[in-house]
Each structure stands twice: as structure tokens, then as C-alpha cells.
Ligand binder design. Structure first.
Ligand code: BGC
Length: 738
């Protein structure tokens, strides 16, 4: 660690004790003030030739990512590399949002610590936890020589079968924006640029390279774009990645509405837009629409557009030279702003123990207890437990694709032959934090057995001979492929759970999935915990949750449907393709999102369909009561005040949530929440300031947010369907800039 870096951290610690910094302020702490970054970038630019400026807007394959291209001279082995001109540091660009990736094991010592999936972090409803996780992976990137992390996935869960949902933060724009924004702020606190992605409407993998996501602009502003907007405000990412798909017919990376009108004009974004790998389709069109940098352009795209072709477009007047200056200015500005120039990475070993603990804490807060009849959990430390299935003796499963981290010990350990695909992404990787071993460590006096579950009769027999059975089920999700329309668990897992539950009704199911699944056995088991993809500390976290060393605190960031028929789109056309390449390029060209902004729980509210588990839901080992909801104005703010009481016998975390319905109807919307830890019997009065854009419609005609005058219904509860506390509020009309 350099001395200046040490000082920055020390002053951050000292400050942290005195004042509570907002996430946005934390992001800025230790960075250049915006004016300084702008001025320094402008000054640097004034010394750069057109050739130098052009060289900033085209990165090359960093080795290992696309077709195993060699590592370029100066590169470290990652997604992309840029040899900057004019004495600026090179850009060492690496994936991704759950930790530092080592594509094709290209770096011999490229193993890293992996966070649990983005859905687990979102389930914490805790921006501070997200910020800590971001700081952990940003710090690892910095210590391995990287200064740009392709981390900050904020696409909404429009479909609970999306193959990359596990990388993102669920179906609500406010939750997504706050959680992803905090992750970005954490990453950038380590002087590593973070990349808000994939902008925008890249909500499915099927046909992702070709499809047009069709939706009216107002609905997009109130849903997917609002998530990005809030993440941007909270996290100030140095870069934004435009996505593969088209939006209303126009490719996202040459879409002037998205890149120029919304991002750069309305949101005043000062950073740069980079393309996804293979998402640039033109030179002049893309440059004029707002794309600032072509990624891995030497081999990801059909042609290297932002090299000779762009130079010719400038020479022949199709692209103004000033636009190239703006592109370079934006890139250099982010470099100064995040501290890449003043605090370059210093190669050093990772602090694996500390970082794994950070990942473990995230999972401990993010696992969601869905069912717990007769207080089956927490387990008694003396109970005889039959642990079954899910390779719980090896580790915990992770999601595949560009967010895949090589766990410490890889590639020698961790790969389990399973339902993976030969070419991409390969077999699932299990992080070697084995729940079975960790459970043994938590309950040294108890008799625990492990049975793989391959032989159902044997597993049922083990369950019969034990006091409790804990069955682990896994579902592998990965980039490039959505999960099957029916949403059922793979292989014999449903039959396994059903047989074990028949043998011993004291059955606990631990799910390691990237999405909701159908649970035909739900009525026959005693307890269910959604552990998502649990990350490097996952086994320890699960064991500590099962034995009550920590209490579950997670709340669902997406609705678990009772059947795919309840969804706005019951079938994804083309999802039946068996090959990942076929699926991404499936020729279905249009996906009309006619549900508009009524995504997830908003859709369920509008259709009055009863989900299996609602958005926001999650149990713990104690219980809470909410009382005395009042809603009032305070200046321009609308504030909900209420009391939360721990009515059980254990300490626990509650996440009271405030939902609103606008006058004139529509699905209810999450407008704010609080997260509170209370001792048994303790109560506390809390206030939640409601997000004003959630109280408004986007008025496309007048290009502004418009809060309608009238009666707003307000609910306080522990999920999107909890109606126990209600209030109404009269608001006058109000408009806000877009
Ligand atoms: C993914 C991005 C990733 C990039 C570089 C793309 O296929 O969509 O999320 O950052 O590859 O690996």
C-alpha cells in the first residue's frame, strides 16, 4: 500500500467515526473534486494530437476473453487493454461485478475472492453492505494491477428466467439503483473505475445480440432507466456500458435517445460510454449517437470501427473532430476523477482471509428464509442431521459467464461435472466453501452424514435415520442462456426433495439458484432458505445461518411466481434452443414489453395474481410488528413515520417497506424502506423519505416527471403484498426535470 493510499484510508476511517457520509459523498471521498478532474482532463487534452485522442477510444482484447486471443504487450490478461498516449496510465480492464475474473485461467495467479450473487447483495436491502462488497472486489482488482472493473450490472429482472439475473439486483428500480450505486461507490473508493451496465433493457439472454426490446419511453423511464439513473446518482461510475440488444429498433450502442438525450443531457453524465464486447455496429452513427469507446474492437466486433474507419469519418467530415475530443475528455476525466492517475495500482498479494469474510457477511445478510414451520430452524447443535445433495461436501455453486471468478485453489478444485455446456460457459464452478464441512465445524458434537442424492432411496433412508434432513438443491444459470420456461429444478432434484420429505417431514431445503424455481414439494417440507449463489464464504455463511449463529435477514428482490402462467410473458420465445450461440442470436427480432413499467410485483399487483413468495418477503428467527403509520409533507419531501417492535425472543433485523399507489391506479410501487436491528422487546420509531420519482409518472410529451394531484395510497409492510398498515395522502401536482 502506498503512503498516500494509506492516508486516504486512515482519514476515511477517522471521518467515518464523526459524520455519516451519504453513499454519493463516500464515492467522492478521496477523489478529485469534479471541477479538478474536468480541468485536469481538459488540460491534458489540450496537449494531445487528434491521433492521440483517437487512440483513447479503441481498446483491444486483453487476452483470454474472446476466442483466447493472446495477452497484448503491456496487458495483464483480462477483458480489454488500452495503451494510453501522452504519459497517461494504461487501462487494464477486467470483469466483473462479483469479483476479479481470470478469463480462460490466463493469469497463473488470477484466482480471487467471489461475492455472492448480486441478488444476494440486493436481498440485504443494505447499501452499506453493497458498498463494502464493492470495496472488497475493487481492492482485489487494484492489488492485481487493474484499474477498470466491468462491474455494476443494473438490468431489471423483467423475467425471472433471465440467465444473468443473478448478476443484477432484482426487479425494482429503487432497490436496484441504491444497491448497485453503492457497489459502484465501493469499487471506486479503491481508485478503480466501475462500469454501470448493460445500458439498457438487456433483461434477457435469448436473442440478446439481435432482439429489439420495444417499450414506450415513459414506461422505460419509470422502470429500467430509473434504476440506472439512481445508480448513477449514488455511485458516479466512471463508465457506462451500452448493451448488445436494440431498444425500439436501434442498437443500444448507437442509440441517441439512450446515450445522448437521457444519459448525457438529462442525467448530465460526465463519464464515458464503452460498448459491450461485440455491441458496436458502426463508426459515425455510433460516435454521433454518444458512444465514446469501442471495447475490444480488434476482435469483438465485425470490424474495428473506432480505428481507421472513425479516423476516415473525421477526416472526411462525417464526425466532427470536436466529438473525438469529447470522447477522449470523458475518458480522461473519469481517470482523474476516480484516482487512476494519482493512485495507480500496486501489485501485491490479496488479503484472502479478510476478503472472504466480507463475502461471507454479504451472504449472511442476503440469504432469504422463505419458510420455517414450527421453528425447525435454527438447528439444535446436538441434532443428528442428514445433509443431502447439491455437492454440499465440495462447495457452493456459482453462476457462469463473464462474472465467473476463479476461486482460490482453481483450476485444481471447484469444477463439478454437471449440466454445463461444452463451449460456453463450461461446467459449473463450486467455490470450495463446503456447507457440509462448515456445518460439522458449527456442531462438532452432532452426528452429521452426507449423501449425494444421486440415489434417491439412499438419501431417503439417511433422512429417516436422522432428526433433521437438510437438502441442498442447485440450479446453474449463466450468461448467454435463460433458464427454461417451466422454471423447474434440473435433474432429479424435485423427486429427491419429495422423497426425503416423505421420509422425514423435518426437512430443510437450501436453494442455491440464480432465479426463482417452482417448488412442488413446498407444502411437505418444514423450512426453505434461498441462499442464491453464496460466493467464497458461502458454506460458512449457510452453516452459521442454519445453526442460528446469525439470524437470516434477507428479503426477496424479486417475486417468486407460483406458475410461469402468472408472468407478463409466460413463455420466452426461443428459449428452447439448446445451444448458447443459437440462443443469443435467435432470430426472434422483437420483444414488446407491453406491460410497460409494471414489472415484477407491480405486475402481480395489477393482475392480482398470488405469487408463491412476494417481492420484499423474508422471515427471520424472531418476529416484528409495525404500528402507527403516518405520512406527511416536510418541505418538498414526503415522509412516512412508523414504529417497529421486535415481538419475538431473539434479536433480529427487520426491513419495513413503504409502497404507494398513484391516483388513477396502476400497480403499487416501492417508495422507500429502512433496515433496523432490534433486541427482543425493543421498539423504534423510524422515518422513511419517499423517492419523489416513484410518486410521479414520466410525461413524455412535456419531457419531465409529473406528480399527479390527488389521493395516494400508502402501505407499510414486510413485503409487497402485506396490507397491515395503510394510510392515504393528498398531494398537489408537481413537475420535476427529467
Ligand atoms: C458481457 C459483459 C462483459 C464483457 C467482457 C460481454 O459478453 O455482456 O458483461 O463485461 O463481455 O467480458
Amino acid at each position: 500500500m502506498t503512503m498516500s493510499r494509506k492516508l486516504v484510508l486512515l482519514s476515511a476511517v477517522a471521518l467515518g467515526g464523526l459524520v455519516a457520509l451519504s453513499p454519493g459523498a463516500q464515492a467522492r471521498h478521496g477523489h478529485d473534486a469534479p471541477a479538478t478532474a474536468d480541468t485536469r482532463a481538459r488540460d491534458m487534452l489540450s496537449h494531445m494530437s487528434l491521433q492521440d485522442r483517437l487512440s483513447m477510444v479503441f481498446t483491444i482484447d486483453g487476452g483470454g476473453t474472446m476466442g483466447n486471443a493472446p495477452v497484448p504487450p503491456g496487458g495483464l490478461g483480462s477483458a480489454a487493454y488500452l495503451k494510453s498516449p501522452a504519459g497517461l496510465p494504461p487501462l487494464q480492464i477486467s470483469d466483473a461485478g462479483l469479483g476479479l475474473r481470470n478469463p480462460s485461467h490466463v493469469r497463473p495467479h488470477g484466482q480471487a475472492v467471489g461475492l455472492p450473487s448480486g441478488l444476494a447483495t440486493a436481498s440485504t436491502w443494505d447499501p452499506d453492505m453493497a458498498r463494502q462488497g464493492g470495496a472488497m472486489i475493487g481492492g482485489e482488482a487494484w492489488r492485481q494491477g487493474f484499474n477498470v472493473l466491468l462491474a455494476g450490472g443494473a438490468d431489471l429482472t423483467r423475467d425471472p428466467r433471465g440467465g444473468r439475473n443473478f448478476e443484477y439486483a432484482g426487479e425494482d428500480p429503487l432497490l436496484t439503483g441504491r444497491v448497485v450505486g453503492a457497489t459502484i461507490a465501493g469499487i471506486q473508493s479503491q481508485h478503480v473505475i466501475s462500469t454501470l451496465k448493460h445500458f439498457a433493457m438487456n433483461d434477457l439472454e435469448t436473442s440478446r445480440m439481435t432482439m429489439s426490446a420495444d417499450i414506450d419511453n415513459a414506461a422505460m423511464r419509470e422502470s429500467d432507466l430509473l434504476g440506472f439513473e439512481i445508480a448513477l446518482e449514488v455511485g458516479h461510475p466512471g463508465s457506462v456500458m451500452c448493451s448488445y440488444n436494440r431498444v425500439n429498433d436501434v442498437y443500444a450502442c448507437e442509440n441517441p435517445y439512450l446515450l445522448t438525450k437521457v444519459l448525457k443531457q438529462d442525467w448530465k453524465y460526465p463519464g464515458f460510454v464503452m460498448s459491450d464486447w461485440g455491441a458496436t455496429h458502426s463508426s459515425a452513427r455510433a460516435a454521433l449517437a454518444g458512444l465514446d469507446q469501442e471495447s475490444s474492437g480488434d476482435d469483438a466486433d465485425a470490424r474495428p470501427y473506432f480505428r481507421e474507419i472513425l479516423a476516415r469519418d473525421v477526416k472526411e467530415g462525417r464526425v466532427p473532430a470536436a466529438r473525438v475530443g469529447d470522447m477522449a475528455q470523458r475518458i480522461i476525466r473519469s481517470m482523474y476523477d476516480v484516482g487512476l492517475v494519482d493512485h495507480p495500482p500496486v501489485m501485491q498479494p490479496l488479503d484472502v482471509v479478510t476478503d472472504t469474510l466480507a463475502a461471507q457477511r454479504d451472504e449472511e445478510e442476503g440469504a432469504v428464509l422463505l419458510k420455517n414451520d414450527a421453528n425447525l430452524l435454527p438447528l439444535s447443535p446436538t441434532a443428528r442431521v442428514a445433509v443431502i445433495g447439491g455437492h454440499a461436501d465440495v462447495g457452493v455453486i456459482s453462476g457462469g459467464g463473464s462474472s465467473q471468478v476463479d476461486p482460490i485453489g482453481a483450476p485444481a478444485i471447484g469444477v463439478v461435472k454437471g449440466p454445463g455446456k461444452k463451449d460456453w460457459p463450461g461446467d459449473p464452478v463450486y467455490f470450495p466453501s463446503a456447507p457440509y464441512r462448515m456445518m460439522q465445524a458449527e456442531a462438532p458434537g452432532a452426528r452429521l452424514t452426507y449423501t449425494s442424492g444421486a440415489d434417491i432411496a439412499r438419501a431417503a433412508e439417511a433422512a429417516r435415520r436422522a432428526d433433521v434432513a437438510v437438502v441442498f438443491v442447485t440450479q446453474f444459470s449463466y450468461e448467454g442462456m435463460d433458464t427454461a420456461n417451466a422454471m423447474t429444478l434440473d435433474g432429479n432434484q424435485d423427486a429427491l426433495v419429495a422423497a426425503v420429505a416423505r421420509a422425514n417431514p423435518r426437512t430443510v431445503v437450501v436453494m442455491e439458484t440464480g432465479n426463482p424455481v417452482m417448488m412442488p414439494w413446498l407444502g411437505n417440507v418444514g423450512a426453505v432458505m434461498e441462499a442464491w449463489y453464496p460466493g467464497s464464504g458461502g458454506g460458512a455463511a449457510i452453516a452459521r445461518l442454519l445453526y442460528g449463529k446469525v439470524a437470516p435477514a434477507g428479503h426477496l428482490p424479486m417475486t417468486f411466481p407460483a406458475s410461469p402462467a402468472q408472468l407478463a410473458h409466460p413463455d420466452i420465445a426461443g428459449v428452447t434452443a439448446t445451444n448458447v450461440f443459437e440462443m443469443q442470436f435467435h432470430t426472434d427480432q422483437e420483444l414488446v414489453y407491453d406491460e410497460g413499467s409494471e414489472v415484477g410485483y407491480r405486475w402481480f399487483d395489477r393482475t392480482q395474481a398470488k405469487p408463491l413468495f412476494p417481492f420484499g418477503y423474508g422471515l427471520t428467527y424472531t418476529s416484528f410488528a409495525h404500528e402507527g403509520l403516518r405520512v406527511r409533507h416536510h418541505g418538498n419531501d414526503v415522509i412516512a413515520t412508523f414504529t417497529v417492535r421486535n415481538t419475538g425472543t431473539r434479536p433480529g433485523v427487520d426491513v419495513p417497506q413503504v409502497y404507494v399507489r398513484l391516483p388513477g391506479g396502476g400497480g403499487r410501487r416501492l417508495a422507500g424502506w429502512q433496515r433496523v436491528t432490534l433486541a427482543p422487546g425493543e421498539s423504534r420509531e423510524l422515518s422513511v423519505t419517499l423517492e419523489r420519482r416513484v410518486l410521479a409518472h414520466f410525461d413524455e410529451k412535456h419531457d419531465r416527471w409529473s406528480q399527479p394531484a390527488g389521493e395516494y395510497r400508502v402501505w407499510l409492510g414486510s413485503s409487497a403484498t402485506d396490507e397491515s398498515q395503510q394510510a392515504t395522502l393528498h398531494l398537489g401536482s408537481r413537475t420535476m426535470a427529467p
